[in-house]
Write a protein that binds this ligand. Structure first.
Ligand SMILES: *Cc1c(COP(=O)(O)O)cnc(C)c1O
Length: 379
């Protein structure tokens, strides 16, 4: 059996140990220290747009803390893109709030501005104005930012931007992760860069990040003894792991270029196959990090379903994956309201993610496309 080709795995630079060693040499091995300060600065410098950053122990913690900062409470409604990973929506339940799911639009596969506005109007008519909009840049593709922000601003609802998959992506030349009142990044093992596990909150409002830092370290009042007036969390990133992040940041622009190159490779190789489409930047306003390359398979033309392709690739020891199953289809969220007309459902039916890790070699990429041709009987 040939070696396994993974969907997306950690790609180390070789410098991680250097920064980890610095934490040990200086005895800063918990949730404060130079690696954290430097990693947060590296992130803020990379993102630009005058943003501030806070490193946390996961992207999920960042979503949760974001909702806390935006004052989401029991019984509130939160509008959330349905076509996403469960980590975008689970923290709504941590707050005992109700998710209201919004369908995607066909170009970016992200939140539809039309359905967002329809949902807001309807929720207000039913008696409750939604508290927050959670939009996602899925697989690295920027959402329709201008239209979505226009709707959210019209109704004065703050936006929490889930940029967990989109570090390095841009909309109109501005980095994803700097558009929302708050934004979330993730550094788990399969994202474009990793800290083994970790996340960050981003905001252009400095107070938001200061407040997030306070809440993420148990919300201790500024007194010589232990006094607490707010619910606190233990969500801070370790200074040891921030060392991994510093090393990873040195390679981020390269990692974006590598993932985009992998995307170009698949396009060239699979171009012209009847029944194969791609998740594609709709116009030059959109710049995707192409965290994952995603195909749309037309089963009628291809005579094979995405799931059967996945199983057949697996036999060649190649990991591919179906796209996220929309949240409004999850047993966990079956009673939540949904506004849409089948776009996310059809993406789920036809989508397939190909191996896209930045450490894939040209030989491995050819193995994937050759296995794909073989599975689909294309010669
Ligand atoms: C990975 C991911 C998260 C959460 O990140 P973790 O660091 O794994 O907690 C949130 N949202 C989306 C869309 C993700 O892909």
């Amino acid at each position: 059996m040939q070696n396994r080709i993974h969907l997306s795995i950690a790609h180390l630079t070789g410098r991680e140990q250097e920064f980890i060693q610095e934490a040990f040499d200086t005895n800063w091995v918990t949730t404060a220290g130079h690696n954290l300060d430097a990693f947060e600065k590296d992130l803020a410098d990379f993102l630009g747009n005058d943003c501030h950053t806070l490193a946390l122990d996961s992207g999920t913690s960042a979503v949760h803390l974001g909702l806390v900062l935006l004052d989401v409470q029991e019984g509130d409604e939160v509008l959330c893109q349905s076509f996403t990973y469960a980590a975008s929506a689970n923290p709504i339940l941590y707050q005992r709030a109700t998710p209201v799911f919004i369908d995607s639009e066909k170009d970016t596969w992200n939140m539809s501005p039309e359905h967002l506005e329809r949902a807001i109007k309807d929720r207000i008519k039913k008696g409750k104005k939604p508290k927050v909009v959670i939009l996602v840049h899925l697989y690295g593709m920027p959402a329709q930012i201008d239209d979505l922000l226009a709707v959210a601003n019209r109704y004065e609802i703050p936006v929490l931007e889930d940029a967990a998959e989109a570090l390095g992506s841009q909309y109109k030349g501005i980095r994803c992760g700097t558009f929302g009142e708050l934004a979330v990044l993730s550094f788990n093992g399969n994202k474009i860069i990793t800290t083994s596990g970790g996340g960050a909150l981003v905001s252009r409002t400095k107070d938001r990040i200061q407040n997030a830092r306070f809440l993420s370290t148990q919300a201790r009042d500024a007194l010589p003894f232990y006094q607490h007036s707010h619910v606190g969390y233990n969500y801070r990133m370790s200074n040891v792991l921030a060392g991994i992040g510093r090393a990873q940041m040195t390679a981020l622009p390269q990692r974006v270029e590598q993932r985009r190159q992998i995307n170009r490779f698949y396009r060239e190789q699979l171009a012209g196959i009847e029944g194969v489409g791609f998740h594609t930047e709709p116009s030059p306003d959109f710049f995707s990090n192409y965290w994952l390359t995603v195909l749309l398979i037309d089963p009628a033309k291809m005579k094979i379903s995405p799931e059967n392709i996945r199983v057949a690739l697996e036999k060649a020891n190649i990991e591919s994956r179906l796209v996220w199953n929309p949240m409004h289809r999850q047993p966990l969220f079956k009673d939540c309201p949904f506004y849409g007309n089948g776009v996310a459902d059809s993406l789920f039916k036809n989508g397939l993610c190909l191996p896209s890790g930045s450490s894939l070699t040209e030989e491995e990429l050819h193995r994937v496309t050759e296995a794909f041709f073989c599975v689909c009987c294309i010669h």
